[in-house]
Design a protein around this ligand. Structure first.
Ligand SMILES: Nc1ncnc2c1ncn2[C@@H]1O[C@H](COP(=O)(O)OP(=O)(O)OP(=O)(O)O)[C@@H](O)[C@H]1O
Ligand SMILES: [Mg+2]
Length: 251
């Protein structure tokens, strides 16, 4: 496998809670801090990373010397997505073994080169892709669980934590996304406590986040947004976790 220091999985028990939003902004924040970073979108059925980075017309480079060449975002971030292999209107019907093969290629045949961080954007739930990636990626640093604040989301977050533990991937922590008057706030912080996992912070429900996804520019590029300020705190906690994790494994 390529030389990748920290591997982070962005997951959730259910769809539409903000995994791709977190993945894109986390990978971009790390890259802007000077870390060599890759972003792998393993959502075979609904790959949204290219849309959120305005890379929809890109295709994966042909085989380089060592394998498939990732698409570059702003000369900062290496991006690989299923969408780079498909036409926009293609519907994909893949069975588990095919998905496994494809994800294997994304992990082993891509010229990731030397990376400090690889951020992996998961599809919703804990299906084939989740199982494949946790088998194929060795030494995963941890999983980041994204959840919305509603009480009913706890059961989904719990499932994601359960999955992570089952496949021996440490939980980096939980992010409460879309916090505010509409969906509530603080549920995930207390939930994290009861589950004995870190709480990484919250992101408010904010129209700017939608506009940023739709325009293909990560919101962290706008320093004035409250979500950008919150996201900085989350990014720092993730970096801290990774450093700590490494020093533990070096002891
Ligand atoms: N904090 C937020 N405030 C407002 N809108 C948000 C926020 N976070 C995400 N969204 C919006 O919600 C929608 C779904 O987000 P996103 O695609 O990141 O979720 P996902 O968990 O990756 O979904 P899927 O399970 O389909 O992969 C997007 O339009 C995104 O812009
Ligand atoms: Mg997504």
């Amino acid at each position: 496998m390529n030389n990748i220091r920290y591997k982070l999985l962005i997951m959730s028990g259910k769809g539409g809670v903000g995994k791709t939003t977190v993945s894109v902004n986390l990978a971009y924040s790390l890259a802007k801090k000077g870390f060599k970073t890759g972003l792998l979108d393993i959502d075979v059925h609904g790959p949204n990373v290219p849309k959120m980075l305005k890379l929809e017309s890109e295709k994966l480079g042909g085989k380089g010397e060592k394998g498939i060449v990732p698409v570059q975002y702003n000369n900062l971030l290496k991006v690989v997505s299923m969408a780079f292999l498909l036409k926009k209107e293609d519907a994909v019907i893949w069975r588990g073994p095919m998905k496994h093969k494809l994800i294997n290629q994304f992990v082993n045949d891509v010229e990731w080169g030397e990376l400090d961080y690889l951020v992996v954007d998961f599809p919703p739930g804990t299906g084939d892709e989740a199982i494949s990636i946790s088998q194929l990626l060795k030494d995963i640093t941890g999983s980041i669980i994204v959840s919305t604040p509603q009480q009913v989301s706890m059961i989904d977050a719990e499932r994601a934590i359960g999955f992570s533990r089952k496949v021996d991937v440490p939980v980096v922590g939980i992010i409460e996304n879309m916090a505010g008057e509409l969906f509530g706030k603080g549920t995930m912080e207390s939930f994290a406590k009861t589950k004995g996992v870190n709480y990484l912070g919250h992101l408010n429900l904010n129209r700017e986040v939608v506009l940023s996804s739709d325009s293909g520019i990560p919101f962290v590029d706008n320093e004035d947004l409250d979500v950008t300020k919150s996201f900085k705190g989350i990014t720092d906690k993730v970096i801290e976790f990774c450093k700590h994790n490494q020093s533990e494994s070096e002891d």
